[in-house]
Design a protein around this ligand. Structure first.
Ligand code: ATP
Ligand code: MG
Ligand code: FE
Length: 334
């Protein structure tokens, strides 16, 4: 089964062709980061316009690289939410036009279902059930994956998403955008225990997250340093902030696996690229004889291969959309 995946929910325009949900034949990703950088964040109108400029060209490139012709495709899988409505509509309209013109099935995919499914590409033997920590620019979910596409959300953020917290603290430290990778880099030269920032474990038994208290604490620390004329060691602030986020994420992920009696935990979303998070989850998992995994960096960022991977399991269930499928900016996962 050859599925084309199309992803335009935020600022990556991506088209992929994936065989049997696991084998990536091509995964074309055009990031608009350089365009949005000067605004310090993604500008929705600018994102839509640039998706529109690039999408046809990227589809042609995907067909060229994979050597899979339009006629050989078995279906088109596309992200229809959540995301920026104008951005989503570019990918969705393109997918609908292709499905209609080529007489191929259309499959609507939830963006987070895609992020989670990136793990099926990375680990070709992975099967549910497992625990997945989804940490990205807009989401922080702790998910129990019962079956392909069947999710039970154990916890979610009560305020900022993990990636959002990284981006905001990076901005306060003057590191630039997007902040996650920059904090990760700086933190490598810093002491993660130099500054005591709070860890929000919340009520006993809760799998929810909260990062706003930590964010305020870091901002207060920076302000009081400035007021007292003390030197700010950016590396130490980055490392200490990061450690605080990572401790909570990793602890709750392992705890969920123990409680749900599953022996596998996986990471997903942009923050799954974070080197400290990867290390900490692996370390805690090992102690409990749990297997830990995560997608390679390119599959952690927004990409269409993960959308085709998620689409494959819907295709197998004959979960086919019709041409009335619309973009849903706040689409729920479960
Ligand atoms: P969503 O998937 O929730 O709709 P999104 O698609 O914008 O949001 P992703 O592309 O999945 O988000 O992830 C981007 C986020 O990941 C950004 O906030 C970025 O700072 C963060 N990120 C990327 N690399 C790292 C890293 N090494 N460490 C921490 N955060 C990172
Ligand atoms: Mg992005
Ligand atoms: Fe994403």
């Amino acid at each position: 089964i050859y599925l084309m995946g199309i992803e335009t929910s935020c600022d990556e325009t991506s088209v992929a062709i994936v065989k049997n949900g696991r084998e990536v034949l091509t995964n074309q990703i055009y990031s608009q980061i350089d365009i949005h950088k000067k605004f310090g964040g993604v500008v929705p109108e600018v994102a839509s316009r640039n998706h529109l400029k690039k999408i046809s060209y990227i589809i042609e490139e995907a067909v060229k690289e994979s050597k899979v012709s339009f006629n050989e495709l078995d279906g088109i899988a596309v992200t229809y939410g959540p995301g920026l409505v104008g951005a989503l509509l570019v990918g969705l309209s393109t997918a609908k036009a292709m499905a209609f013109g080529l007489h191929k099935p259309l499959i609507g995919v939830h963006h987070i279902d895609g992020h989670i499914s990136a793990n099926y590409i990375e680990d070709s033997h992975l099967e549910p059930p497992f625990i997945c920590l989804v940490a990205s620019g807009g989401h922080s979910h702790l998910v129990y994956v019962r079956d392909y596409g069947k999710y039970e959300i154990l916890g979610r953020t009560r305020d900022d998403a993990a990636g959002e917290a990284f981006d905001k603290i990076a901005r306060a430290l003057g590191l630039g955008y997007p902040g996650g990778p920059l904090i990760d880099q700086k933190a490598k030269e810093g002491n993660p225990y130099a500054i005591k920032f709070p860890r929000a474990y919340l009520e006993e038994g809760s799998y929810d997250f909260s990062f706003s208290g930590l964010k305020s604490s870091v901002l207060n620390y920076l302000n009081s340093c400035k007021m007292r004329g003390e030197k700010i060691v950016v590396e130490d602030v980055a490392a200490s902030f990061q450690q605080s986020v990572v401790d909570v994420l990793a602890h709750k992920t392992i705890k969920a696996a123990i409680e749900k009696k599953v022996d596998r935990v996986y990471l997903a979303g942009g923050v799954a690229s974070n080197s400290a998070l990867r290390e900490q989850v692996k370390k805690l998992a090992k102690k409990e004889a749990i297997t830990a995994g995560y997608p390679s960096k390119i599959l952690c960022t927004d990409n269409a291969a993960m959308i085709a991977a998620a689409g494959y399991y819907q295709y197998k269930k004959r979960n086919i959309a019709d041409l009335t499928l619309n973009a849903v900016p706040n689409l729920k996962l479960a």
